[in-house]
Design a protein around this ligand. Structure first.
Ligand code: SF4
Length: 364
């Protein structure tokens, strides 16, 4: 069987330069190709008209531009969220979400097909784990959302009206990504970090470090490695329970990385990088949304540079719990404030198309 063509989205800029040099072409061609891929979002080699024909032919023969075809697009009724089911080369599929919150667009990107962590309330966890995504498959999701933004800016009213409140935003590019889609990003550390390096490259998409958020269920060795490598991004840690037993009931991965070890890793991260950690707390009615739980969170995080993001549970078929109602979130916040902990309640978006936190899966 023929070797699959090399995916250009797997290559960092220096990899691309090395390949171009090995083929005996000028570094100018590497720089131009990189710009075509990441500045202009070129989808074909034919579009790269400024590259000499012999350079294009070599790339066309031996590499591919690893775009992910859209198998399905769903739009939320409020127009703020779009969910894409994207096809991978091996027929596996993943979901990527475009979200608009108060004037900014964020791509919620997947890092694995399925997930091995098994959080009980999460549709991805309920699917089980199939495989890690490659760097190129992660990069391609961000580029897909970037392309949607550019196409809708020129296409006209559909997304533009909902998503571009002023004409000044008409040529918007993707500026924010969150690694909160399907999968546990720190379980696929190498591919994810390489993808982030590519997306941050200043001569390409040039995403700012502070515009990238990575959410982990608490993979302790990964958090320590992020700190040791001084990776500049926002880190979010899913807590959901403030004692080992309560947390492990919702997040089975807590058995591998117990709460004490997780908190030690978080303290190490904050100390080393002098950066705050965002702790995510899915509010489940009657389960972890009471004052006693809020006090437990307060005691656990007190003194740590931290912010708590409260996320009312989004429904999934495989979990019977429901979201907190009424004033529960506000009361929870008030208790956290007593411990000096800032908190937010996540805006619920895209629930009608199952694009909210914990709802991504490829079956439905
Ligand atoms: S919440 Fe995140 S870590 Fe947990 S099962 Fe879902 S995708 Fe995996």
């Amino acid at each position: 069987m023929a070797e699959p063509l090399r995916n250009l989205y797997d290559l960092t800029r220096s990899d691309l330069h090395a390949l171009v040099a090995a083929w005996g072409f000028s570094p100018v061609h590497a720089a131009r190709l990189w710009s075509y891929l990441y500045r202009e979002g070129a989808a074909t080699f034919d579009a790269m008209t400024e590259l000499p024909a012999r350079v294009r032919a070599r790339f066309e023969g031996e590499t591919r531009i690893g775009l992910l075809p859209v198998a399905r697009e769903q739009r939320s009724s409020d127009g703020f969220t779009r969910k894409y089911l994207l096809g991978l080369a091996d027929e596996a599929r993943i979901e990527t979400v475009l979200m608009r919150y108060s004037g900014r667009v964020t791509a919620c990107v997947s890092s694995q097909v399925g997930c091995a962590m098994g959080c009980v309330f999460c549709a991805t966890g309920q699917m089980g784990f199939s495989r890690h995504l490659t760097t190129g498959e992660i990069v391609a999701q961000a580029l897909h959302v970037d392309r949607v933004l550019r196409e809708t800016a020129t296409e006209g009213p559909a997304l533009a009206e909902a998503d571009h409140p002023s004409p000044h935003h008409r040529h918007e590019r993707l500026r924010n990504i969150v690694l909160m889609g399907m999968g546990e990003p720190l379980h696929n550390y190498e591919a994810v970090m390489r993808a982030i390096d590519i997306l941050r490259d200043g001569t390409g998409l040039a995403l700012g470090a502070r515009k990238i958020s990575l959410s982990t269920v608490g993979v302790v060795p990964g958090i320590i490695r992020l700190a040791d490598e001084e990776r500049p991004m926002h880190l979010a840690v899913s807590l959901h329970g403030a004692t080992q037993a309560e947390r492990a009931a919702l997040v089975p991965a807590a058995r591998a990385w117990p709460l004490d070890a997780l908190m030690d890793a978080c303290r190490y991260y904050v100390r080393k990088l002098d950066r705050r950690i965002f702790f995510e707390w899915t509010l489940i009615e009657g389960k972890n949304d009471g004052a006693d739980q809020a006090h437990a969170v307060g005691r656990l995080l007190q003194g740590l540079k931290a912010q708590v993001n409260l996320i009312p549970l989004n429904p999934t078929a495989g979990y019977a719990g429901g979201p907190s109602r009424g004033e529960a979130a506000k009361q929870f916040q008030a208790v956290l404030a007593e411990y000096g902990l800032p908190s937010t309640v996540r805006q619920r978006r895209g629930i009608d198309i199952a694009a909210g936190c914990g709802q991504l899966a490829v079956g439905g």
